[in-house]
Every structure is written in structure tokens, then in C-alpha cells.
Design a protein around this ligand. Structure first.
Ligand SMILES: Cc1cc2nc3c(=O)[nH]c(=O)nc-3n(C[C@H](O)[C@H](O)[C@H](O)COP(=O)(O)O)c2cc1C
Length: 326
């Protein structure tokens, strides 16, 4: 099935997550059967003003493709300039536009989900970008700004008319941020309303969550975000279920440890220990969530991981623990 005009192998997309889905994370997840990776959101102004950090987000790798780069911006003029910069400086397959970010720092500028409040302008924005982009354009939206302004159905229609070739719907409103219940019932059968392929997002933590979200909405694709943090096997399990294959059992602690080590090695090799260690303090505990002794493991990571040497000590501790708790 196609998304963003590209035939994807599989139906599980890896969500963009600022501060998480860096190049190493995306490459780490890919072998689990990710059909499309998406970069962290990239500021169009950051590109236009030549911000060095922003340009870092443009890095992609051949082995993660197809890959989408996700831009956010508040005006057609600046986003078009950013698209031109992307075309010259990055290798990617799809241009994704962030129309769902609820963070005040972003929405107060008119970017992210603030676009959902001005649908007329949004149509011109999307059309303008579809007209100039040499890459297929997809968007990521929410149900609407708040419960009184659910306009996802209208936005899907106008996006199709503007030339968008893939739509991810995070089934929450902007006001719900990330913690309210996703409201899949509000987009029941939404895939029937459009020929643009739809992906659904929101609280996909288990295979059952993915199947239910796809069944309710009829969406061709599902996007995995926090559910795969420390649990990349979720992606392969969803694929197995969708392919009618037996779903593998959850991995034991010893295997989770191997995965955590693999990710740490990849990140350190890519950006160096100095930058990787603070990020690892945030992400590594997720690999051990739910196992006996989790609290102790988490503390050993969050409180004492300061260097690569500490990592070796932490791994040894978890390995010893895993022998008794497989
Ligand atoms: C830490 C974090 C960062 C995120 N960053 C982005 C982003 O850069 N762009 C985007 O479109 N969505 C972003 N999202 C939203 C996710 O892509 C996803 O739609 C949302 O988390 C709902 O899925 P979940 O409930 O399964 O986690 C972010 C979510 C989280 C938790």
C-alpha cells in the first residue's frame, strides 16, 4: 500500500518524536519492520536562518529509507524557502508537515496544530507547498483544537484537494496534549471519506491497540510512538498480527539488555559519548520497564550514568540480575 506516493513494505510507521527519533533511533528500529521513518520536527525558520543544530536534523541514512523529513512553520513563504533548502541539502523520500504539535512555544507562532484553527489559510499553505515540493507531501494532524472544534474531517478533505498524499491523524485534540484518551470513535471509518492513505496514532502500546485503531478507522497504516520506546519488538509484533502470523512472545530481560546495549553503542558511535550519555539516561530505562527490579535498574541509569565506564558497570549489574530473572 502507498503512503506519500510510495509503496511501503508494511503498515507500521515510526512516529516523529522530538528529542527521541534521531538518526540512530530510527536506524535501530528499522529492522523490526518499520515501513517509514520520520525525522524529529524541523523548524523552517531554523533552516532559513542557517541554524547549525537545525541542519543536524537533516541527516538520513540509506538503510532507514524510505524516510520522511518533517517541517513545521507558520507561513507559506518561510516553509517554501525551507523546502528549497531541504531539496538541496538532504536525501529523503517524503516531506511531512507538522500540523499537530500542541506545544505553546510552537502554536503561539501559528505553527503546529495552530494551523487547524485556520482551515482556509491551511488550504493555501498546503497547496503552495505541494506545488513547489519535488517530494510527495504528507501531513500529521490532530482531531482539532479542542472538543468544541473537532474539524479533522474538514481538514482531511481540504488536504486531499490541496494534493497531500498521506495523512497521519493523532486521535487527540490539541488541548488533550498527550495524556487524554485518544478518541478513535470520532474518526470511525475515516479512511472511507478519502482516497488519501491514512495512518492513525495515539496510545499504540500493544498489538491489540494497533488492530483496534485500524479497525475502527479503517486506516491503512498505524503509527507507533511511545509504545516502541524500549520496546521495538512492538513493531514486529504488530506486523506479525497484520500478516496473520503467530505473534512472538515478549522478549526476556537478557534480550532487552542486548537491545539497550545495541542502541547505546549506535548512538555513541554516531554522536559521541559526551552528547549521547544524557540522552541515554532518558531512554535506556524504558528497555527494562515492567521487569522485576525495574526501579533499581532505572535509578542506576538515571542517577549514575555519567560516562561510558558507568555504562559498562550498569550493563554488568543488569546482566547479573537477568541471570536470576529471565
Ligand atoms: C516526546 C514526544 C515528542 C514528539 N514529537 C513530535 C514531533 O516532533 N512531530 C510530531 O508530529 N509529533 C510528535 N509527537 C507526537 C507523536 O508522534 C505521536 O503522535 C503521539 O505521541 C501519540 O502517539 P502515542 O500516544 O502512541 O505516543 C511527539 C510525542 C512525544 C511523546
Amino acid at each position: 500500500m502507498k503512503f506519500g506516493g510510495i509503496e511501503l513494505e508494511g503498515r507500521v510507521l515510526l512516529a516523529p518524536m522530538a528529542g527521541v527519533t534521531n538518526l540512530s533511533y530510527r536506524r535501530f528500529l528499522k529492522p523490526f519492520g518499520v515501513a517509514l521513518t520520520v525525522s524529529e520536527m524541523i523548524s523552517d525558520c531554523g533552516l532559513v536562518y542557517g541554524n547549525k543544530q537545525t541542519f543536524e536534523y537533516l541527516r538520513t541514512a540509506e538503510d532507514e529509507r524510505p524516510v520522511a523529513l518533517q517541517l513545521f512553520g507558520s507561513s507559506l513563504e518561510s516553509t517554501v524557502k525551507a523546502v528549497e533548502i531541504l531539496e538541496k541539502n538532504a536525501t529523503y523520500d517524503i516531506l511531512d508537515l507538522n500540523l499537530g504539535c500542541p506545544v505553546y512555544k510552537v502554536t503561539k507562532t501559528g505553527a503546529g496544530s495552530a494551523w487547524l484553527r485556520r482551515p482556509d489559510e491551511l488550504f493555501e499553505y498546503l497547496k503552495g507547498i505541494c506545488d513547489v515540493s519535488k517530494h510527495p507531501v504528507t501531513i500529521k494532524i490532530r482531531l482539532g483544537w479542542d472538543q468544541e472544534h473537532i474539524n479533522v474531517h474538514e481538514v482531511v478533505q481540504l488536504a486531499e484537494k490541496a494534493g497531500v498524499q498521506g495523512i497521519t491523524i493523532h486521535a487527540r485534540t490539541t488541548k488533550q496534549l498527550y495524556s487524554g484518551q485518544p478518541q478513535y470513535e470520532l474518526i470511525r471509518d475515516i479512511q472511507k471519506e478519502t482516497s488519501v492513505p491514512i495512518a492513525v496514532s495515539g496510545d499504540i502500546f500493544t498489538v491489540g491497540d494497533a488492530i483496534k485503531a485500524m479497525e475502527i478507522t479503517g486506516a491503512h497504516f498505524v503509527m507507533v510512538a511511545r509504545g516502541a520506546l524500549g520496546n521495538p519488538q512492538l513493531v514486529s509484533q504488530i506486523n506479525e498480527k497484520l500478516n496473520g502470523e503467530p505473534v512472538e512472545e515478549a522478549l526476556p530481560l537478557s534480550k532487552q539488555l542486548e537491545l539497550a546495549e545495541q542502541y547505546a553503542d549506535m548512538l555513541i558511535a554516531d554522536i559521541g559519548a559526551h552528547r549521547a550519555i544524557p540522552q541515554l539516561r532518558g531512554i535506556l530505562p524504558h528497555f527494562f520497564s515492567g521487569f522485576p527490579g525495574y526501579k533499581k535498574i532505572r535509578l542506576s541509569i538515571t542517577e549514575s550514568l555519567k560516562s561510558e565506564n558507568d555504562l559498562e558497570r550498569i550493563w554488568a549489574g543488569i546482566r547479573a540480575h537477568a541471570q536470576f530473572n529471565c
